[in-house]
Design a protein around this ligand. Structure first.
Ligand SMILES: CC(C)(COP(=O)(O)OP(=O)(O)OC[C@H]1O[C@@H](n2cnc3c(N)ncnc32)[C@H](O)[C@@H]1OP(=O)(O)O)[C@@H](O)C(=O)NCCC(=O)NCCS
Length: 255
């Protein structure tokens, strides 16, 4: 596949790709300059609870000046209000960061990452080429541009028919998981090509519904899924703490 100067192919996962796939997912979810973590931290700056912090801080400082005498109880209370808003802002961002990075760290504990080939049903032909032998599958985007380095994995996506994460537990339903594209290769159609391969396989094995869950702050993920036809059906808190403004959206696509 060619996109501008970019030459890449989508192919089923091989065991040799394992370390690159783990590193890619870890970085693009938690650590790269355009990771899901960065999207969430940036988007949170303009969310209602951050705006409330800015307002409370400003009002507190203004009142402290209006009340004049810094030793007065009213001035101290106004100043405390500002300090409390700063504390909430900082603790909230710290919690957002911890929860989001825990998604990236899931590669150490989540069962699929312990053996991607086994979990996603990847088999090997005698000539070494791999294929998806069941309903599940895992694909990688491999960069072929010799100047930049052949054989570099720049994207991945999994189709998981084993997982029971969604609400529609049906043998013709599977989950799209582990979607990531290197930040250096974004907006060049790599993500779309990965999903097209996944959908082609899903239709071949007669799946009827593909579900997925993503973070509501992450405009790139929301953008690609909605562009490709997924429809949101449920929104829920993703941090386990109601005061942390992190939510996930469940999507489904009928084939
Ligand atoms: C989501 C992600 C995989 C998209 O990969 P990509 O290769 O950049 O996507 P594509 O270039 O194929 O884009 C396909 C379409 O998705 C949408 N899209 C992609 N990035 C977008 C963004 N930042 N904002 C809005 N829409 C976006 C667009 O509609 C785009 O079509 P267009 O370029 O013709 O407008 C990538 O941004 C990523 O790895 N993000 C971090 C990890 C992550 O969030 N994973 C999802 C976990 S559920």
């Amino acid at each position: 596949m060619m996109s501008g100067s970019l030459d890449y192919r989508i192919r089923p996962f091989r065991d040799e790709d394992g370390e690159q796939v783990k590193a890619l997912y870890h970085d693009e979810v938690g650590y790269s300059p355009m990771s899901m973590h960065r999207f969430i931290m940036r988007s949170s700056l303009t969310r209602p609870n951050s705006i409330m912090c800015y307002i409370v801080f400003g009002v507190g400082i203004a009142l402290a000046f209006v009340f004049g005498n810094p030793r007065s109880i009213r001035a101290a209370a106004a100043f405390a209000m500002s300090i409390a808003s700063v504390l909430f802002f900082v603790v909230h961002r710290w919690q957002l960061s911890v929860v989001t990075r825990s998604f990236a760290k899931s590669i150490a504990t989540d069962p699929d990452f312990r053996g991607l080939s086994e979990w996603y049903g990847i088999s090997r032909h005698s000539d070494g080429a791999t294929y998806c032998s069941g309903k599940s599958g895992f694909w990688v985007a491999e960069l072929l541009d010799r100047e930049l380095g052949t054989g570099v994995i720049v994207g991945c996506v999994g189709l998981d028919a084993n997982s029971k994460q969604g609400t529609h537990h049906h043998h013709r339903t599977a989950q799209l998981r582990r979607m990531a594209v290197s930040w250096k290769m974004r907006r060049q159609g790599v993500g779309r090509s990965l999903i097209e391969s996944l959908l082609e396989h899903a239709k071949e094995v007669k799946l009827e519904v593909i579900e997925l869950q993503t973070n509501g702050h992450c405009c790139s993920a929301v953008g690609i899924y909605e562009t490709l036809g997924w429809v949101a059906y449920e929104t829920q808190g993703a941090s386990g703490k109601p005061w942390v403004d992190l939510w996930s959206i469940r999507y489904r696509l009928e084939l």
